[in-house]
Design a protein around this ligand. Structure first.
Ligand SMILES: *Cc1c(COP(=O)(O)O)cnc(C)c1O
Length: 406
């Protein structure tokens, strides 16, 4: 017998969920491609992509097939036993990137936690236990465990939880001189997002990224790229580092990796990986066959010319619609980002209208995100239909009109 379906609504959220989120007033119940329906049957165009996660839209047939097939075969083994989907996915990730070794986890924060621990451990083993300084950036976001939130560059997210992990220094993003002023022989790693996501959709400049690589080489520090949001095709390349002509030492990815099934990965080189040994780090679920089977199906589709090229043409469609809107309302101070990670920064006189715009957008039937302060973020499916982009931007324009004409 099927379990009883309790009647639940948005009000139930306030009664049973820890109040660390404030979700929209509607509750999505179904998705297909870039369309979503709520409890009332109202339809939305999804420009949020579950925060850059559902890179192939909702319920992509190939992902559903992989999930069903693996779901009827083997769900979980733990890492006491390895499994075929994990081995296949790791083989494909290493073949497609700079990396030779993969550690699987379940969230972006966990992949970053592993990366930061590896950077510290490597420095301690190869150099000195005092080589522990991590250089990170203002407005960076690396997750919500105490270590990752402390490396992140927004103290309001890490304050109030007691003593923080030590020896982490924050400097302004895209400011190479600021990094030069703090880097020294005690630095084990520089941690950076090639495109700051939560911080406001700000790409690193090529000079900055190349300068960081040089400084890491000079001081024998590791360059750790957090591609949890920018990775897996989001930028129009499989990983955003490919734009910069630099190779990282450690890279983390998550969000789009499983297309909506929770999974993350930390990639590194053979040499760096060689300092680790059984028992030094671990996870129960990481590399779970179900997650890896879905991620393998997602990678097979995303890592193709057709999808990666399509990202750039779709970006152009978004940007030109945003420019039209700007021509009409003089709304944006900047339209930025890379690929289908797009930030539209509201002019300062409109910054206070953000929540009105998001609410009006939901009312018109389009799902959007914000990033940083005053930035509207678009992180849709990488294969969103051009007709869905057009319809969603029409709805967004109507929402803007309602708010600004009021
Ligand atoms: C979302 C995000 C994280 C955290 O990922 P979780 O899966 O929420 O733990 C870390 N880094 C970046 C750049 C992100 O965008």
């Amino acid at each position: 017998m099927a379990a009883d379906k309790l009647a639940v609504t948005r009000t139930t959220f306030d009664e049973v969920i820890l109040p660390v989120f404030s979700p929209a007033q509607f509750v999505p119940v179904k998705g297909k491609g870039s369309r979503v329906w709520d409890q009332a049957g109202k339809e939305y165009i999804d420009f949020s992509g579950g925060i850059a996660v559902t890179a192939l839209g909702h319920c992509h047939p190939a992902l559903v097939a992989a999930l069903k097939s693996q779901g009827e075969t083997l769900w979980h083994t733990s890492n006491v036993f390895t499994n075929e989907p994990a081995l296949r996915l790791a083989s494909k990730l290493t073949a497609a990137t700079f990396a030779d070794r993969v550690f699987f986890a379940n969230s972006g924060a966990e992949a970053n936690e592993a990366a930061f621990k590896l950077a510290r451990y490597y420095a301690a083993k190869r150099h000195s236990p005092y080589k522990s300084k991590i250089i990170a950036f203002h407005n960076a976001f690396h997750g919500r465990t105490l270590f990752t939130v402390s490396v992140g560059g927004q103290p309001k997210y890490s304050d109030g939880f007691g003593p923080k992990p030590a020896d982490i220094v924050h400097v302004p993003f895209n400011d190479l001189d600021a990094v030069k002023a703090v880097i020294d022989d005690h630095t084990c790693a520089i941690v950076v997002e090639p495109i700051q996501g939560e911080g406001g959709i700000t790409p690193a400049t090529p000079e900055f990224m190349q300068g960081l690589r040089q400084l890491c080489d000079e001081y024998q520090a590791l360059l750790v790229l957090d591609e949890v949001q920018s990775g897996m095709g989001r930028s129009g390349k499989l990983f955003a580092y490919e734009y910069y002509g630099v190779s990282p030492d450690i890279l983390t990815t998550a969000k789009a990796l499983g297309g909506g099934f929770p999974i993350s990965a930390m990639l590194t080189t053979r040499d760096i990986a060689s300092v680790m040994s059984p028992g030094v780090h671990g996870t129960t679920y990481g590399g779970n066959p179900l997650a890896c089977a879905v991620a393998e199906a997602a990678l097979d589709i995303i890592n193709t010319e057709a999808v990666l090229h399509g990202v750039e043409t779709r970006r152009q469609q978004f940007v030109s619609a945003l420019q039209d809107l700007d021509a009409k309302w003089d709304l944006f101070s900047d339209i930025r980002g890379k690929g289908l990670l797009i930030g539209a920064a509201l002019k300062s006189q409109y910054a206070g209208k953000m929540s009105d715009i998001l609410q009006a957008a939901a009312a018109e039937g389009v799902m959007l995100l914000t990033a940083g302060t005053g930035v509207i973020r678009f992180a849709p499916s990488l294969v969103i239909e051009p007709a869905d982009i057009a319809e969603g931007m029409t709805r967004f324009a109507a929402a803007v009109g309602t708010v600004l004409a009021a």
